[in-house]
Design a binder for this molecule. Structure first.
Ligand SMILES: *Cc1c(COP(=O)(O)O)cnc(C)c1O
Length: 392
């Protein structure tokens, strides 16, 4: 059988050109090709983030979690008060990171699968002042997507920073860093950016950089955007620089992936608009397929992310479903949130696969077959037709 298709919420299937770019002997971090790839990646990250020319990109060796820690440590210091909009497992993690930094964290949460109403966030802000509002754009444990725009607006009204964990969203879900006037948007390379794991990617507004400059308690060096800033500035000016060795193979691949993302077009849309539309269409197709099989989503209606589906297991089907689906050539994920872990499964649909209807339909077929093997009567043909309708 051909290699299984990787449809989990990260790492994901990456494009052939990306595979080619990282499948080379490790180049030096001062090699001309690496300098050019690094510099161009930083420049073009602003387009992927829909950020202005004054926003500062960072490419740091590490995971998505490291990017979260960089944000928490670079704009917050001991004694700061932070409001955290919590929609699941990664919100819990962010709160822990902020508390470890010595911040006082006030959480605004909701039932699992829900998100707090913007009025709740606004009323929590009345008990300010807060240094920053932290939120998770898409919480991968619940499949819930929040709307960052009104949170950014509230942050401006209250004079605090807005920081978003975009690890399961950036480059797949619409995020207008400049138009919304957001302060930090971060991700890891193995999600919708379309690379293997290993790069922490962040964008900071001038306000966020000023907040770092004003800290009295400096962060650990590897988590400090001020330590990384001269390195980023040097590479963007096409000069090498060194603080800690960058994963050079991934830098080569990042340049290729960003090029592909920005070159996308669908109907009369180009660039990020096309990219977001493709993810929307793929998500609509997958949801149509799940619904046609009689399945229900974990996220409440209207809050479903476009980058993944979090789907409730139907009655009588146990959490071994991913194993049954894998027998049909597609790897999906089980539940993640400890409170509901054994009651749902997750399918990632971000990056490369959203431009390949055949791969999305193959996934639908494999899930239907796995459900059949588990004794649940899902009709693959009907589900495929439902998905195809959304893919146009
Ligand atoms: C995957 C994910 C993370 C963690 O990324 P790692 O690279 O696994 O550390 C953080 N936040 C969200 C929303 C994620 O989906």
């Amino acid at each position: 059988m051909s290699t299984p298709l990787l449809m989990i919420p990260g790492p994901i299937e990456v494009s052939p050109a990306v595979v080619e770019a990282f499948s080379i002997k490790p180049p030096s971090h001062v090699a001309p090709d690496v300098i050019e790839a690094f510099g161009r990646s930083l420049e073009r990250m602003r387009s992927v983030w829909c950020a202005g020319a004054d926003a500062q990109p960072f490419v740091i060796p590490g995971s998505g979690s490291l990017a979260m820690d960089v944000a928490a440590n670079s704009v917050v210091e001991p004694g700061d008060r932070v409001l955290q909009v919590n929609t699941g497992y990664f919100g819990d993690r962010m709160a822990i990171m902020l508390r470890r930094r010595g911040a006082e964290v006030v959480e605004v949460g909701a039932e699992l699968g829900e998100a707090p109403a913007i009025e709740q966030v606004a009323s929590a802000l009345q008990n300010g002042p807060f240094k920053a509002i932290f939120a998770t754009h898409v919480d991968t444990s619940t499949g819930v997507r929040i709307d960052p725009a009104p949170i950014c607006r509230l942050a401006r009204e209250h004079g605090c920073l807005s920081v978003f964990d975009g690890v399961c969203a950036t480059a797949g879900e619409c995020f207008e860093m400049q138009a919304w006037d957001a302060d930090v948007y971060l991700t890891g390379s193995q999600k919708a950016v379309g690379l293997p794991a290993g790069l922490a990617l962040l964008m900071l507004s001038p306000r966020a950089m000023a907040a770092r400059a004003a800290l009295k308690v400096a962060p650990p060096m590897s988590l400090d955007v001020e330590v990384w800033l001269p390195i980023m500035q040097a590479y963007e000016a096409r000069r090498p620089s060194y603080f800690a060795t960058p994963p050079t193979n991934l830098i080569m691949a990042l340049d290729v992936s960003i090029g592909e993302i920005l070159a996308d077009r669908v109907a009369d849309e180009t660039g990020m608009a096309a990219r977001f539309t493709r993810h929307q269409m793929a998500a609509d197709a997958m949801r149509a397929a799940w619904r046609s099989m009689g399945l229900r989503m974990v996220p409440a209606e209207g809050l479903e992310a476009n980058t993944l589906s979090a789907v409730k297991l139907p009655d009588g089907v146990d959490p071994t479903l991913p194993g049954k689906v894998e027998a049909h050539g597609v790897i999906i994920a089980g539940g993640l949130h400890p409170k509901i872990k054994s009651t749902y499964f997750r399918v990632g649909h971000m990056g490369e696969v959203v431009s390949h209807p055949d791969l999305l339909l193959r996934t639908v077929g494999a899930v239907a077959a796995g459900l059949n093997d588990a004794g649940y009567p899902a009709d693959a043909a009907t589900a495929r037709v439902a998905a195809e309708k959304e893919l146009g």
